[in-house]
Design a protein around this ligand. Sequence first.
Ligand code: TXA
Ligand code: MG
Length: 352
Amino acid sequence: MKGTDPALLPDADDIRRAADLLRAGELVGMPTETVYGLAADALNVDAVGKIFSAKGRPADHPLIVHLPDAAHLTRWARAIPKEAIALANAFWPGPLTLILKREEGVPDAVTGGQDTVGLRVPDHPVALALLRAFDSGIAAPSANRFGRISPTTAAHVREELGDKVALVLDGGPCQVGIESTILDLSRGTPVILRPGAISADDIARVIGRRPATRTAHAEEGAAAAESNQPRVSGSLAAHYAPRTPLQLIPAARLVEEAATLAGEGSRVAVLARTCPDPRDARLIWRNAPADPAGFAHELYASLRELDACGADFIVVEALPETPDWQAIADRLGRAAVGSGDGEAAPDEHDET
Ligand code: TXA
Ligand code: MG
């Protein structure tokens, strides 16, 4: 994969050790092209239970099962629509998770008791090597504590989970940087439950119809809870959140509002995209890449850094409202809602 120096990747012994740990019911930090996952044997209910306690995640939030290749699909899903096969052929390995009817034997612990399961083949040489060595499904949510920023390096995983994880495989920084697109194909009309690097247009080009999108925060909460909607913790209004309060401000007002927030005694961390650094000592200024892929690649590492720099506020330059920025806007919107210690903590928003 681009950006990963093969000389630094774990070797065959590391992969064997990781697969043995998974077989022994332990947790392993696993790099993928999107974010790092907290991996466990998807068929071992006790091991899957460890994921929930390590993350502090509600037990009814389902996990994505990672597969070595699409040939494994039929062990995990039934009534697989042709569209799923076409999408798997087009995008796997890659950042697309398909929600399908689950096959018998897929534990409730993985699916949150639902009749569906989320499946994907990740596009990372280390993840694929581990999956091939393990030769079965690996359940892996993002390797962060519930509601917090997803990890995009091995060091982030250790920061988040410490010794709760037996081993972290270091696969370098994640290429994509935000979580996979989740597409629900289990109920007739394809619905994007979480936007990601693979867009509605990309999907439409393969299946010949445009998926619906379920991302508006307003649709969550009551409506989703009462209908039979699956629980998607990535769809909670507050998620992916730094501890420092975060807000989005349009470029035209960025410098002025950041300076106002800083006032006399505060420090403001700014993640800008187009605005040049005004060189104000009260502002910790960082310029992000101006293109969506570059921006996504660095986003979580930047948020972590800005969260750790002792600022009182984080200000992010608002994004263009075009489809290519949608997945990033989704994450930043939720980061803003969930940010700040104490207020609007994500686990208090667990109504979806
Ligand atoms: O890119 C990714 O998808 C990363 C890497 C590690 O693969 N994984 C990831 O996992 O983001 P997690 O658990 O942090 O987010 C997975 C989302 C959750 O919001 C979960 O609720 C949803 O997928 N999900 C899993 N199975 C589902 C199902 N059967 N129905 C609906 N949503 C499901
Ligand atoms: Mg997550």
